[in-house]
Design a binder for this molecule. Structure first.
Ligand code: PEP
Ligand code: MN
Length: 353
């Protein structure tokens, strides 16, 4: 049940409604929608009737949830606004506002120098944040697993040196605190989308969470995974479409373009797209990225490596620094057509990159 209070409802009136629903064992959550207060009822009780709520003072309307997710639901933001998730301290970057958010960097952090070189290159080309894996979820136990704590330290150092906020994955609930001490955004990878203890743990921290859609997860399952994070008290969730597994083998995954407008209608959370893991090939990154922006995505996360041929993971799908500059140049007309802006690279420095 969603309860919309009249504009100007007083605090005691809002509390009165909350106390009423909580007497039925239903948790209540207060959200703002423009000038109005919305009380979202989390959980159900057959004994709690709509009419018993509708007659309470200052209640404007009572509606049933259309969806199993609640805090993630677009119904909590009926004015159509997308939640803006700020990443990094100070100026930082944001996801969900008018400017497209572009996060770029290597699949894995392979060393301090390569990370700094990549950060400088992508920053000059207009990226708003740096990505880089420290703990890697690899299909084979014999494949490169990431450099762990060293990589986290380099991410923090490169953030200090370049000012770019950094994004990295936490694989395990026990890593969450350590990862959160070093980076600005915690990624929950596709393979962990339904790792419920991990979702609960990232729900407790004060850092935005980049939640990637599982390889075989439906949009509803993705939004229910986001709900776990939101329900634990972390409101800053960024969703990521990164391709799903289908019968098609020409690409690593199948980018579900339709998921972007579907998510837009279902949730107020911002949505970005990962064209690198979707296509699995560097030559597919630009067309998939442009399609994602045209379909309404709030940004991109792209794998970039200074020397893709020698990358320790996902070299085939990584753009070189020159390739990333090319991607960003080609992105501009799509951003404009979609009514979005793109951070412009610092004048004069790009040529020196
Ligand atoms: C990654 O971002 O490097 C990654 C492993 O992504 P995904 O979880 O989408 O496969
Ligand atoms: Mn990767």
């Amino acid at each position: 049940m969603i309860i919309v209070m009249r504009a100007g409802a007083s605090l005691p009136q809002i509390d009165g409604v909350r106390e009423h629903v909580e007497r039925f064992g239903v948790r209540s959550h207060v959200a703002r929608d423009g000038f109005r207060t919305i009380i979202a009822c989390l959980g159900e009780s057959d004994a709690l009737t709509e009419s018993s709520v509708a007659t309470l003072p200052a209640v404007e309307s009572v509606t049933r949830w259309r969806t199993p997710y609640r805090l993630a639901s677009r119904q909590l933001a009926s004015h159509g606004a997308t939640t803006v998730v700020r990443i990094g301290d100070g100026a930082g970057a944001s996801v969900g506002g008018p400017a497209l958010a572009v996060i770029a960097g290597p699949c894995s952090v392979e060393g301090r120098e390569m990370l700094l070189e990549t950060a400088r290159g992508v920053g000059r080309a207009g990226a708003g944040a740096l990505r880089g894996g420290a703990f890697k979820p690899r299909t084979s136990p014999y494949a490169f697993q990431g450099l762990g704590l060293d990589a986290l330290r380099w991410l923090a150092e490169v953030r200090r040196e370049t000012g770019l906020p950094v994004v990295t994955e936490a694989l395990d609930p026990r890593q969450v605190e350590l990862v959160a001490e070093h980076v600005d955004v915690l990624q929950v990878g596709a393979r962990n989308m339904q790792n419920f203890p991990l979702l609960a743990e990232v729900g407790r921290i004060r850092r935005p969470v980049l939640l990637k859609r599982g390889l075989s997860a439906t949009v509803t399952e993705l939004l229910l995974a986001a709900e776990y994070v939101l329900a634990r008290g972390n409101p800053d969730v960024i969703l990521c479409e990164r391709g799903i597994r289908t019968f098609e083998s020409a690409t690593r995954n199948t980018l579900d373009i339709a998921a972007i407008p579907v998510l837009r209608g279902e949730t107020h959370l911002p949505v970005i797209v990962d064209p690198s893991h979707a296509g699995g090939r560097a030559d597919l990154v630009a067309p998939l990225a442009y399609a994602a922006i045209a379909a309404g995505a709030d940004g991109l996360i792209v794998e970039v490596h200074p020397r893709p041929a020698t990358a320790l993971s996902d070299g085939d799908q990584s753009l070189s620094l020159a390739g990333f500059r090319e991607l960003m140049r080609g992105l501009a007309p799509f951003a404009t057509a979609a009514g979005r802006t793109l951070a412009s690279p610092p004048v004069g420095r790009e040529a020196a990159a």
